[in-house]
Design a protein around this ligand. Structure first.
Ligand SMILES: [Zn+2]
Ligand SMILES: [Zn+2]
Length: 373
């Protein structure tokens, strides 16, 4: 059937003297409106879409446009008479690519499409000690992961002549489909975009391209890390298939509990038993810390639950300079058993001490006061 072609300017609803920009936006509007993705199984829309694309292909080319202006459809029939001028797709993908992700579909000859996949990210759980947290550590780990085969370097084929060019795509890695009037480039299904196929599988990895190994790695763990901290080792994950980028390795830390010190944010806490005389009279006690022995001065009249703060003996800030503090909680020990002599002394003391035994409300204030002693 032969239908009279509509005027290209009319198709795009632009004036004959319109500039490039308004041409482009007029075309874009129509293309979006009638795009097959938005109008599945709609032959009318398809026809309109095609018509607009053809008009734009001509009018966006100054030479063709001049020819068209002078001679009408006759003047440009060579380029666009049968189906379609491929060069129009170049602009097409620029215009629509963002919206439809059509950069791929309208392959425009700007380099072969790379469909190479990135390798898988891996997770490795690592338990470290409290001392490691305080000092930082360079840990040796063995991570089970894939390694490109030593013989075929990931290709999966025998090194000499094991690979041949893919016959489906002639080594280009992609194939061109004609879907209605659109040319669509797709990754070659035979070779998955590699452009080559295996004729003879590698004898070492049986064509897999990889071997399972225990990769030895050094992980530098800075001081201050905590349970749940993730350290990323870029490129230490599994290798990408067909020579793609390797994934990353995430080392996820778990800190073992310490028998004495407990961490709260950047601060450390511990409990120090003191006897009733030390609490009443005051004392100086040496305790072992991560920074060596440290004197804790217990003031006279210290109550059970009171705290002594020692600055800058807490957890270091990750990659920083500041440190938290160490809080020493006093646990005043009342003797459970007394010798005869001790009993005598306590009895004497008891006669001298005031007995303030009126019950009072269980006071939150009391606790807070002790806490900030
Ligand atoms: Zn191999
Ligand atoms: Zn192929």
């Amino acid at each position: 059937m032969s239908v009279t072609k509509r005027d290209y300017y009319e198709v795009l609803s632009v004036s004959r003297d319109c500039d490039e920009q308004s041409l482009k936006s007029a075309y874009r509007k129509l293309a979006l409106q009638y795009h097959p993705d938005r109008n599945p199984d709609n032959p009318v829309a398809e026809e309109k879409f095609k018509e607009a694309a053809e008009a734009y292909a001509v009018l966006s080319d100054s030479q063709k446009r001049a020819s068209y202006d002078r001679f009408g459809h006759q003047g440009v029939s060579n380029g666009v008479g049968q189906g379609f001028d491929e060069s129009a797709f170049g602009d097409f993908s620029d215009i629509l690519g963002d919206l439809f992700g059509l950069g791929d579909v309208f392959g425009n000859g700007r380099g072969r499409r790379q469909r190479v996949q990135r390798g898988e990210d891996l997770r490795y759980d690592l338990e470290i000690t409290f001392e490691d947290v305080m000092n930082g550590i360079s840990a040796d780990v063995q991570v089970p992961r894939l390694e490109a085969c030593a013989k075929c370097h990931g290709a999966g084929a025998e090194p000499n002549g094991g690979l041949v060019m893919c016959a489906t795509c002639n080594g280009r890695g992609e194939v061109l489909y004609q879907q209605s009037f659109l040319s669509i480039r797709k990754t070659c299904p035979t070779c998955s975009g590699r452009g080559q196929v295996i004729r003879q599988a590698c004898s070492l990895c049986r064509g897999e391209g990889y071997s399972r190994t225990q990769k030895r790695l050094k992980v530098n763990i800075p001081a201050g890390v905590d349970t749940g901290t993730r350290l990323r080792l870029a490129g230490e994950g599994n290798p990408g298939p067909a020579g793609g980028q390797p994934g990353d390795l995430y080392v996820v830390l778990k800190v073992k509990d310490h028998p004495i010190f407990e961490r709260r944010e950047g601060n450390l806490h511990c409990t120090l038993p003191v006897n009733i005389a030390q609490a009443a009279l005051g004392a100086e006690i040496d305790i072992e810390t991560f920074d060596g022995p440290q004197k804790v001065r217990i003031p006279e009249g210290t109550q059970s639950g009171a705290m002594v703060k020692i600055r800058n003996l807490g957890v270091p800030e990750v990659n920083g300079r500041s440190r938290g503090d160490l809080y020493v909680h006093m646990d005043v020990q009342v003797p459970k058993k007394l010798t005869r002599e001790q009993r005598k002394l306590f009895e004497q003391l008891g006669e001298m001490l005031p007995a303030e035994n009126t019950p009072h409300e269980h006071s939150v204030f009391e606790k807070v006061r002790n806490f900030f002693h």
